[in-house]
Design a protein around this ligand. Sequence first.
Ligand code: NAD
Length: 497
Amino acid sequence: MQPHQLDWAMRWLKNPKQLYINGEWLPGISKKTFSSINPSNGEILTELAVAGEPDVSLAVRAARGAFQHSEWRELTRRQRANKLIEIGALIRKHHAELATLESLDNGKTYSESFNDDLPESADVFDYYAGWIDKYYGDSVPVEKGFINFTENPPLGVCALIVPWNFPLLLACWKIAPALATGNTVIVKPSPFTSLSLVRLFEIINEAKILPKGVLNLVTGDLEAGEALSRHMGIDKISFTGSTAIGKKVAEGASTSNLKRVSLELGGKSPNIIFEDVKDLDSILERSFTAMFSHKAEKCTEPTRFLIQESIYDRAVAFLIRKAKSVVLGDPFDPKTQQGAQAHKEHYKKILNYIELGKKEGATLLVGGETENNPFLSKGFFIGPTIFGDVKNSMRIAQEEIFGPVLCLIKFKTEEEAIHIANDTPYGLAAGLYCDDAKRAHRVANRLEAGMVFVNHYGCYDFASPFGGCKQSGWGKEMGRHSLSEYTKVKSVWIRYS
Ligand code: NAD
């Protein structure tokens, strides 16, 4: 791992950050700014421009112009692929710098930013560059005298709205396939974590890789997000965030121009552990990491462990031990295993859920307090918190907390486990551990989730579709699925006789 770039970052943060529209840095029409806060100490990192509806309109005009302009439109597939590969290479070149900004802004440990977020952010550009000459239409056998074939043209101007938990990575998951298929893009990061994207846009701008207007960045919150959802000049909105805001985005799209919408939303994922497992400790070790890494701000994390009755007490003892061993603190200290929650409101929301869990009658086994925390007076730290004796009807088991609060639920039979696992409005991910292959297939088949992990919770690969069902969203990211999210199908008929 390369050393962090905190000295560089402190110099870079001195200047306020602007919007990037049509290849230029602009202060925003209203000239209003907002502060980006370091969640590890509550201090202001820098100021950023607030984008409002007029800025969004400017970005839409720029993106539309670039979409129609030959400089972008008429690139060969190979040329477009090379541009994506160049972006990936630039991310690698600035790896430590971008990882430093991510940890400063989001609070996750530098090693998580450096080893998890950054490599994937770069590699996803290579992955989609590789698809560009392999994604094409079909030749369709139709009635005599006609040829029919399909093409997959780009949609046009795509708005990409991302949350604060993997700020750079989740944006790159969207930017790479959107550009690979020939669209132009407006990105809106979360107001809590815009810095790594601002820096990435600076890097791409300095390298002069893309024609003006192909890539635009609007920083801000609700006003910019709403303007993007409702804008008549946007063809597609790809949103990752909460279910509540996802519904607003879908409403904005449906009451404006019916732009295409994909939604990657919240989760309350179950992790079922059956009593026949051979190595319970290593299963719990993996499950603990799947739950608490990145300070448990991951949409797919298994927030409900469903544990079969006969192994429940052993599992509880192991998990308490493990939770107590976690070192909280400065994300840049190599000893730190868990950083700060991403922002203050979120931190308070998690603490409220912990209070609620106690009131609802769940047993607080470990955590829940912020004691022994060297940053307590300023930073937003909450240690791994585990509730036992949780009933699935409790709000802590039904609602997405999106922080380090784990619910342990006991079950007796396979049927009961499936029922509890599916008894939630969400359907993002689900996991199960068992040694009986027939049971594994049977249960996996009945779990209502977009992703099911058998005997290893949390597997990801660019080639495999990512996304949920029920109130966890619409559509899929990754693989060729993402390409179809950014293209339309055009059917062309030719009469030859
Ligand atoms: P959020 O919904 O509050 O915000 C997401 C984005 O939407 C931000 O950029 C925000 O500024 C913007 N926004 C706010 N109001 C808007 C509006 N009215 N219209 C349009 N955009 C608006 O989510 P968050 O708190 O930033 O992130 C946490 C949530 O993200 C969790 O629910 C988590 O499960 C979800 N998430 C899902 C996935 C997935 O792939 N399914 C991945 C990561 C995070």
